[in-house]
Write a protein that binds this ligand. Sequence first.
Ligand code: HPA
Length: 266
Amino acid sequence: MSKSDNLLALVQARAGKEPVKLGLILGSGLGDIADRVEGEAFDYTDLPGFPVSAVSGHSAKLVIGNLWGQRVAVFGGRAHYYERGASDAMRLPLELLKALGADQVILTNAAGSFRSDIPPGDLMLISDHINFSGLNPLIGEATDARFVNMTNAYDPEIRAALAKAAAADSIELKSGVYSWYSGPSFETPAEINALKILGTDAVGMSTVPEVILSRFLGLRTAAISAITNMAAGLGNEHISHQHTKDMAPIGAAKLARILQGYITSI
Ligand code: HPA
């Protein structure tokens, strides 16, 4: 039995065997949605092999149950590359999600914006990404399945449905390109300038490895950034993790409404 088979048995023993429709991975300061799920909660520390994320602003638990009429698995808290230098830290959680029967995963994150028309407090629907870190969670994967096609990695149909849910609730949701910077230090203004020239609309320290892994596993994928600040050198705020945690809940409220609209529509 593989690690995810063992985990599946452990989780289903408590949460039941009914298949899960989708997964949600929640970013910094965006964990509240996990509390809305009616179901079973598992601390990551009780799930053998799960990454134990020690990043403040992330509640490290998995909740499986009913959210707005769908059976979901919500991962409150993710492990980041910058914690231990493992870009595949989220592989086991995503393998478990797949084993639970999900066909899609929606990722959320906090990010710095490059665009004055997507200011702090707004959300950005990710249309594509730039892997500025050069790292890849599939390095070492031995099979040909590692050569994952990343065209339309951010599923056009799910994106359209999320945009529709936002519009139906009069929430502005612009789209843009997200660049992954390893962190944990924030970017320099020179790096932000370089990323801007490359075509970045928002920058953050997560999501890209999970999207690569999700596509590898055959999960349909979409992602939304909650903009917490203008990227380094583009605004006047003092960029800090505390600022990220303070600002993310503003976007989180709108994010929850969009996700509610989307989840009730599928
Ligand atoms: N850079 C990287 N990660 C972030 C930022 C940022 O400006 N804001 C929130 N997460």
